[in-house]
Design a protein around this ligand. Structure first.
Ligand SMILES: Cc1ncc(COP(=O)(O)O)c(C=O)c1O
Length: 350
């Protein structure tokens, strides 16, 4: 595979304050891109990170034909770079692309582009527990035409952003009983741009009421708890972890499936089944709801301190030795090459 490379003349890295990074605002020196035209992907390229020029009629602006991924790279004490289960992201962007009627991006292009880009921008990945490089692959529809149909031109890209460990402060959530992020037969299982656009307004309303996130419920009757903001969601009732099965409404999160496997391996009982709003409210009333947390690449695990359901508020207890902190440490130690990886999740960039 021919990969065309144009290097930056002078790195921007010395202008960046790595101790004070806001999530997703600073990007590394280079970007990877590849265009789809006449039924095939062209020559992939890496070039200096820069603005792109599009015709105002490009379909992505009008119909949101766009999918993306989110993954991270870590640097260990030996200056080696590691990815966490990157095959899962590579497969998932093509699952998302298929649902949005976009062409799959070839696996060999994906990994050749990603690893070359990471090696070129290696200095942007800092060592230590608090640092990582957030990687954003995406595909957009680039045909210049405002007719409401699939594009015949696309652009695949990867951009990278240095990040510090994600701490969102106290997270209080509200269970959705009006709005939905996805529905049966819809695109909820895909990382489709429009899913996120559609969730911003209900999330803003929740923020105005003092909640950081919405826990999305099934669109039919709002009876089942499905995702927390842009994360999968787990509940600890007594000593059992509960999480919803993936479905066409729920994103098949890499963190979620890693948590299930890790917890089961450590002897924690995990039940993957539909989780009713009523059972969680009941467990909270009885003092049996010990933990609730979101799971996703950005934060790995984001503990939730309280929730509101139909106007009634509940506080979660402060538990010693929480599953959230135990599992988060276990998984991040694997990601950063601190602990043995018996699952074969960690992949060296070379
Ligand atoms: C809607 C949604 N759910 C769950 C997740 C978690 O998925 P992952 O663990 O693969 O990051 C994400 C992405 O981070 C998401 O956007």
């Amino acid at each position: 595979m021919a990969l065309h490379i144009e290097k930056i003349e002078k790195s921007k890295i010395s202008n960046v304050d790595f101790s004070n990074l806001k999530f997703g605002q600073i990007f590394t020196d280079h970007m990877f891109e590849c265009d789809f035209e006449n039924g095939e992907w062209g020559t992939p390229r890496i070039r200096p990170y820069q603005p792109l020029l599009f015709d105002p009629s490009a379909k992505v602006f009008h119909y949101g034909q766009a999918v993306f991924e989110g993954m991270k790279a870590y640097k260990d004490d030996n200056d080696d770079l590691w990815l966490f289960r990157p095959d899962e992201n590579q497969k998932r962007i093509n699952i998302s692309a298929e649902r949005l009627d976009m062409p799959a991006f070839p696996k060999d292009y994906f990994f050749e582009g990603l690893t070359t880009l990471l090696k070129m921008d290696k200095d942007w990945v800092k060592k230590g527990a608090d640092s990582a490089l957030y990687i954003r692959p995406f595909i957009i529809a680039t045909e210049n035409c405002v007719s409401a149909s699939s594009s015949n031109k696309y652009k695949f890209m990867i951009i990278c952003s240095p990040v510090q460990s994600y701490y969102s402060g106290e997270v209080r959530v509200v269970f959705a009983d009006k709005y939905s992020r996805s529905a049966d037969g819809g695109v909820g299982f895909a990382k489709a741009a429009g899913n996120y656009a559609g969730s911003f307004y209900p999330t803003k309303l929740a923020n105005q009421e003092g909640f950081q996130q919405v826990v999305w419920t099934d669109a039919n009757k709002h009876e089942f708890l499905e995702e927390a903001g842009v994360m999968n969601v787990f509940f600890r009732v007594n000593d059992t972890l509960l999480t919803a099965p993936t479905s066409e409404r729920i994103l098949d999160g890499v963190t979620r499936k890693s948590i299930i496997q890790f917890a089961e391996d450590k002897g924690i009982k995990v039940e993957v089944r539909p989780v009713r709003v009523t059972e969680i409210v009941e467990a909270a009333r009885k003092g049996e709801l010990l933990e609730m947390f979101g799971a996703g690449t950005a934060a790995v695990i984001s503990p939730i301190s309280g929730f509101s359901n139909k106007g009634e508020s509940f506080e979660l207890p402060k538990v010693e030795n929480s599953y959230a902190s135990f599992i988060k440490k276990g998984i991040t130690d694997i990601q950063k090459n601190i602990a043995e990886d018996k699952f074969g999740w960690r992949v060296k960039v070379q």
